[in-house]
Design a protein around this ligand. Structure first.
Ligand code: ADP
Length: 367
């Protein structure tokens, strides 16, 4: 054996060993005759013996899952026609009742003389385990989503009930209780009301996160006055702010009529107000509503802890929270959902903030 032959034999053996270790097969289609040459590893994957194979491409194709066969052939044709790389995942049925996933990659070679496509060759390997893991993960995510949706809906009813009862109780205390009793009950009411609002926000946000993930967050637009909507939300929020001892200042340039999803914008404003209360160091909160030529804006300003510039983009992402707040309660969903809602309207939510001075969340909506 010459040196050259010896080297060739060694590299052939190394290649075979590498392919075998990676459970990888090779294939090579001779385009003019449609004959195919395959490595033993590929035949093993396909469940075809060397005796029955006889370079028959149709036999290999017959083992491709019927739902994937056409797509696989089209993908090969496209790669041959466009001199592209063929890269495709599909299912094979090596024997009745057994389905395996494979990943195949290949490319064409031209005849050096005629310049016509001559061969189409590549590799194929088993990815069944990877696919099964992916499917199990998708099932787990779907189950998690379903759990959150059911748990969220189950929690909503008692929460609404508690909110109403708390409002009634508050009225009764205001009218009938002595000053002594009020001084005992009011701080406790304040805490309960604050906790209830936070739990409601968390439950609403979980339900919305599920809707957004499933692409089910739809807008129901109607014509209404934005200024009036902000006033309505503020009067609802006033009770919580009063109990926390925080004042709210409101300014507006006047009525602004537009076409938006009223319920969703109320939710965004409430998210921003709750944050201003939570992170605002008990200082006054300012709310502005302004109409410009083609934009309507509402802004929530606080004089609280502020947000470092490095975190200003991150906090709008799903489950992201500020470094310093990560130990307080909250899921980091409010701003993500608010941004999604505003962008679905074709608008934008902007943030101007300086640590130690406070934050301004500006919501811009097209008119
Ligand atoms: P959560 O309040 O549940 O954490 P959000 O998405 O509403 O979720 O807010 C994300 C993060 O943004 C908060 O954890 C906090 O770090 C920061 N943040 C939001 N609003 C303010 C604000 N007004 N002042 C300071 N930090 C804020």
């Amino acid at each position: 054996m010459s040196d050259y032959e010896f080297q060739l034999k060694i590299s052939q053996e190394s290649l075979e060993f590498a392919l075998e270790s990676g459970r990888m097969g090779t294939w090579d289609i001779h385009i003019p005759t449609d004959e195919v040459y395959c490595s033993p590893e590929m035949l093993k994957l396909w469940g075809v013996s060397l005796q029955e194979f006889k370079n028959n491409r149709l036999l290999l194709q017959s083992k491709v899952h019927p739902d994937d066969r056409e797509k696989m052939l089209d993908s090969i044709k496209a790669a041959i026609a466009n001199n592209g790389v063929y890269d495709f995942e599909y299912r094979i049925v090596p024997e009745p009742g057994v389905v395996r996933w494979v990943h195949s990659r290949g490319r064409r070679t031209l005849d050096p003389v005629t310049k016509e496509p001559l061969r189409f060759a590549g590799i194929v390997y088993d990815i069944t385990e990877k696919k099964e893991k992916e499917e199990a993960l998708h099932r787990a995510i779907a189950a998690r989503q379903e759990f959150f949706t059911i748990a969220g809906h189950e929690l909503k009813t008692p929460l609404t009930c508690m909110q109403l009862q708390l409002a009634v109780l508050e009225l009764q205390i205001k009218e009938a209780a002595s000053e002594d009793l009020k001084s005992v009950l009011n701080p406790s009411m304040r805490k309960q009301s604050e906790h209830l609002m936070r739990i409601t926000k968390i439950v609403d946000n979980i339900l919305d996160e599920t809707r957004i993930t499933e692409g089910r967050l739809s807008l129901q637009k109607e014509a209404f006055n934005l200024t009036q909507m902000v006033k309505d939300v503020l009067s609802q929020f006033q009770v919580t702010a009063d109990l926390a001892g925080v004042s709210i200042e409101f300014e507006t340039t006047g009525e602004i009529l537009g076409h938006w999803d009223r319920f969703r914008l109320e939710q965004v404003l409430l998210n921003l107000l709750i944050n201003a209360l939570k992170y605002g160091n008990n200082k006054p909160i300012r709310v502005l509503v302004e109409g410009r030529s083609d934009l309507a804006t509402f802004t929530v300003l606080d004089s609280g802890k502020g947000i470092p510039s490095a975190e200003q983009t991150k906090i709008f992402q799903r489950f992201e929270r500020g470094e310093e707040t990560s130990r307080s309660n909250g899921l980091g969903l409010g701003l993500f959902i608010s941004k999604t809602i505003i962008e679905a309207h074709g608008g934008e939510i902007k943030l101007e903030s300086e640590p130690g001075k406070g934050s301004a969340f500006i919501v811009e909506l097209p008119l």
